[in-house]
Design a protein around this ligand. Structure first.
Ligand code: BGC
Length: 752
């Protein structure tokens, strides 16, 4: 590419900022037109190019002909529209300065980063937060993350991940909201509101990115980056709804995906990006590729070379290239050869500039570099309190048979066992690039806030402490050192709390697993301890559903605590000692065995759902149950809830009102997620046996009752047919209401 140096960069900067700045708020489209008219083809293509951070920009400039030096040159030429993984005020400022002061037109850069569950202060992993079913809390959590990220110079997060997934082998389930499109859509909207607020130019909000468009969560066999092959029923009714909801919530950007979808890479998929996203849904933001996903269309066998990949991606509607070097190297040439219409480039650049205008970057490119350190300090305490609250809400009580929980505050003889109990790193989860390693409150520290007279025995060391984002965690499967000591200690204890599960870096990107049991020697340890002492509370820490049928059968109390972030240990201790009554519900089915996967509650019926005589020829396994270990929506409380009086009223215009009375039948105040499921009994495209269509989280004092009403409209009663048309079909519907997807209360109605 040749650089046009006819404008003095400093004059250009002033021109652009004054000309655009004042107009920007009123008429951004006109301001964009004016800017586009000034841009060379190469500069336009430059806006469509994103690079990863490449050197310590506050040090000496890189020299040489490739790598950092090349990127640096491109920045000065105005051939870069955005950077990722550059964070911290000094770094961001220095990069922005190159773009606005040294490039001809001085167009400011976007700074993107994976702010997935917090920036500095870590919230629970997204799957854990989803278990709270608390939309307000999730919105506030995203808002907190945006505030901290924006204070570090960032103006764009690659979140929320809105991929539906039904396969716990896939490590990235930790990053999503689980298996249900309705819950997923509500959570997507809440998170986008949290990140973006109602004004992107507010220096405490950042642009969000709904990802990965589309189908990434359906990777075959749960293996990351693998083939996705799904029918239209699944694509339209399961995969796309959270993306559609994100667009309705004005998400600024969408990221495409690594996977092929029905034979066509998502990145080169015009049906998805151009037809559905941009044309049908009127998405006005821009599409960023996933990391290198344009280039990966070559090994996929879809593009013959990088140039051909650039052609496919831009034609399909991918606006910005993350680290493939495909656009910056080939797009201008493709336009000049007539293979790509320059109007396509203009459209992409317009979308990118639109977001830059909305963020207020033309008024002040350093807008996100101004939060004084004192303010950050002031935030610390409130942010810690907020992530603690979120962490408590995310915990799910899976089992409490012997009523071991809550633990009495004067319980004698408490023994804590497990490598993870003392781990200050794992609770931070997998996506925590802005946080300080080993900074979470451990379970031991959390319990210490209550008691100083408990014992701790680690048991065999399970995980390696040096594990990091880039490398696999090594797991001890042979060395039993510490086992005997743990068993001996258990013999003399009154109550044993065992903290077992996955290391924080065992889930996340590139972390698919085929064995979903407790890694290493943990189950052996649990069995040995349980043989010595029956009073065991199992505290699970993990980033995905696990297969724990033995544990469910033998351990009296099980608490699912995921990876809960900075305040993990305090949240867990407060639930263990009853200062917080757990109210979380599983956003994803827990299977009994990997062989059942994919396993999900909203499946279709088969022609042979059961056989009364238990002959062989029905849809089942010969060696495993069909039922899950714990169903979607499951979660107990220290109190109990009763459901009664299910009433259905059908009104004109396809409106259905459903009423149910919920009662706190136990002795403690508690929160319950009241869940409504629907089954469209006969349809032109078969419908799942049940689908979540509403939920409400309520708080009830002991003995209190509350009538809950849900209103169903065409939005809940309909579905997409195979031509992607929304249809509402008359006929019979079944309604199920309760505290999980195994909801017991049922009734029916007919839609005329
Ligand atoms: C992931 C994206 C992420 C991007 C940038 C990719 O490997 O799939 O979700 O946003 O990297 O870090």
């Amino acid at each position: 590419m040749r650089q046009d140096t006819s404008l003095n960069p400093f004059c250009a900067l002033i021109l652009v900022i004054t000309a655009m700045g004042s107009q920007a708020q009123k008429q951004p489209e006109e301001a964009i037109d004016a800017l586009l008219a000034k841009m060379t083809l190469e500069e336009k293509v430059g806006q469509m190019n994103q690079y990863n951070g490449f050197y310590d920009v506050t040090g000496p400039a890189p020299v040489g002909a490739s790598g950092p030096a090349l990127k640096y040159e491109h920045l000065k030429n105005g051939w870069v529209g955005s950077m990722l993984n550059v964070h911290g005020i000094n770094e961001v400022r220095a990069f922005q300065k190159i773009a606005v002061e040294e490039s001809r037109l001085g167009i400011p850069l976007l700074f993107g980063f994976d702010v997935i569950h917090g920036y500095r202060t870590q919230s629970p992993i997204p799957m854990a937060e989803a278990a709270s079913w608390d939309l307000g809390a999730m919105e506030a959590s995203a808002q907190l993350a945006a505030r901290e990220a924006a204070a570090a110079g960032l103006n764009w997060t690659f979140a929320p991940m809105v991929d539906i997934s039904r396969d716990a082998r896939w490590g990235r389930v930790m990053e999503g909201a689980g298996e249900d499109p309705y819950l997923g859509a509500q959570i997507a909207k809440a998170r986008i509101r949290g990140f973006q607020g109602d004004d992107l130019s507010n220096p405490h909000t950042i642009a969000a990115c709904a990802k990965h468009f589309a189908g990434y969560g359906f990777a075959e066999a749960g293996k990351d980056y693998n083939t996705v092959d799904v029918g239209t029923n699944t694509l339209y009714n399961m995969i796309l709804p959270p993306f559609h909801a994100s667009v309705e919530a004005d998400v600024a950007t969408v990221m495409n995906a690594f996977n092929i979808l029905n034979g066509v890479p998502a990145t080169g998929n015009g049906l998805l990006q151009r037809n559905i996203l941009k044309n049908k849904w009127n998405f006005e933001g821009f599409v960023i590729s996933d990391w290198g996903s344009i280039g990966e269309m070559v090994p996929h066998g879809f593009a013959k070379d990088l140039k051909n990949a650039a052609l496919s991606a831009v034609t399909a509607g991918a606006d910005m290239d993350m680290e493939s070097y495909a656009y910056v190297t080939h797009l201008a040439e493709l336009v000049k050869e007539g293979a790509v219409d320059e109007a396509l480039i203009d459209e992409a650049v317009r979308r990118i500039l639109r977001i830059k205008f909305s963020l207020g970057l033309f008024e002040d490119p350093y807008r996100y570099c101004q939060t004084p350190p004192e303010t950050l300090k002031q935030w610390e305490e409130t942010h810690m309190a907020q992530v603690l609250d979120m962490a408590k809400r995310s915990i799910v009580l899976l089992k409490n048979d012997g009523q071991l929980l809550p633990i009495s505050k004067d319980q004698e003889g408490i023994l804590v066992i497990g490598d993870l109990a003392d781990d200050k790193n794992s609770p931070l989860g997998s996506w925590r690039l802005g946080s300080v390693d080993h900074s979470a409150v451990s379970v031991l520290e959390g319990i210490s806030a209550y008691r100083d007279d408990f014992n701790y025995v680690q048991g065999p060391k399970v995980f390696d402490d040096q594990a990091d984002f880039l490398h696999h965690v090594s797991v001890n499967t042979t060395n039993t050192k510490g086992m005997e000591e743990a068993v001996e200690a258990a013999k003399n204890a009154e109550l044993v709390i065992m903290v077992l599960g996955e290391h924080g870096f065992m889930s996340g990107e590139g972390r698919s697993r085929t064995d979903l049991g407790l890694p290493g020697l943990q189950q052996d340890l649990l069995k040995a301890v349980l043989a010595a002492n029956k009073n065991v509370v199992l505290v699970l820490m993990n980033g995905r559903p696990l297969t724990l049928p033995w544990e469910k059968e033998h351990v009296p109390a099980i608490l699912e605590t995921w990876h809960l972030g900075s305040q993990s240990g305090h949240a867990i201790a407060q639930v263990l000692f009853g200062d917080y009554n757990p109210s979380g519900k599983l956003p994803m089915t827990f299977p009994r065995s990997v062989g059942q996967l994919p396993l999900y509650y909203n499946h279709y019926a088969t022609g042979r759902p059961f056989d009364e005589n238990d002959n062989v020829f029905w849809s089942h396994y010969t060696d495993e149950k069909n039922e899950p270990l714990f169903p979607f929506g499951h979660g107990l409380s220290y109190t109990t809830f009763g459901y009664n009086d299910l009433q259905i009223k059908t009104l004109p215009d396809s409106i259905v009102e459903i009423g149910v009375t919920v009662e706190n039948t136990g002795n403690l105040s508690g929160e319950e997620v009241v869940q409504l499921y629907l089954h469209d009994v006969v349809a032109s495209v078969v419908r799942p046996i049940k689908e979540l269509k509403g939920f409400k989280k309520i708080k009830l004092e002991p003995g209190a009752r509350q009538k809950i009403t849900f209103t169903l409209t065409e939005k809940e009663l309909g579905f997409y047919n195979n031509a992607y048309e929304w249809v509402v079909e008359p006929g019979l519907f079944q309604v199920m209401v309760g505290g999980s997807s195994a909801a017991g209360l049922r009734a029916g109605f007919e839609l005329k």
